[in-house]
Design a protein around this ligand. Structure first.
Ligand SMILES: [Ca+2]
Ligand SMILES: [Ca+2]
Length: 131
């Protein structure tokens, strides 16, 4: 994805992946509620700095762990859709030495998939890690 220059107008379609890239874990609907679109990169960024959710962690260690969980999620979201599908989840578990059958994997996905849309959003992943 190209990072737009500061005053370039960004529309709703670009907003969600951008927010995801910089580390907010707002859902699409929350973004729509929060930010008037179309917006500019500059105003998006000042919104982001003002609302940085990571600031809720007073402890550096805790904040780093939180970032690690997010990085991990992103690393396995290979198509950058903002969600983990069953194949991406399979790779993640495989790399962590879990030996799940396809059925167990489907079960696991069902457990994590709180809104039941068949994929794991970052929010759902965070919940599963205790956030
Ligand atoms: Ca994905
Ligand atoms: Ca889901």
């Amino acid at each position: 994805m190209n990072i737009p220059n500061n005053l370039e107008v960004i529309d709703l379609q670009q907003l969600a992946p951008l927010a995801y890239r910089v580390g907010t874990y707002y859902t699409h609907d929350q973004l729509v509620a929060e930010i008037e679109t179309p917006t500019t990169f500059e105003s998006f960024f000042s919104w982001y700095l003002k609302n940085d959710k990571f600031r809720k962690f007073s402890d550096i260690e805790e904040s780093l762990q939180f970032h690690e969980v997010i990085d991990n999620f992103r690393q396995y979201d290979s198509d950058e859709s903002g969600t983990l599908d069953i194949d991406e989840l399979a790779k993640l578990y495989y790399d962590q030495d879990y030996e799940y059958t396809r059925d167990q994997l489907a079960e696991e996905l069902k457990k994590l998939d709180l809104d039941g849309n068949g994929e794991i959003e970052l929010e759902e992943w965070l919940v599963s890690r205790g956030y």
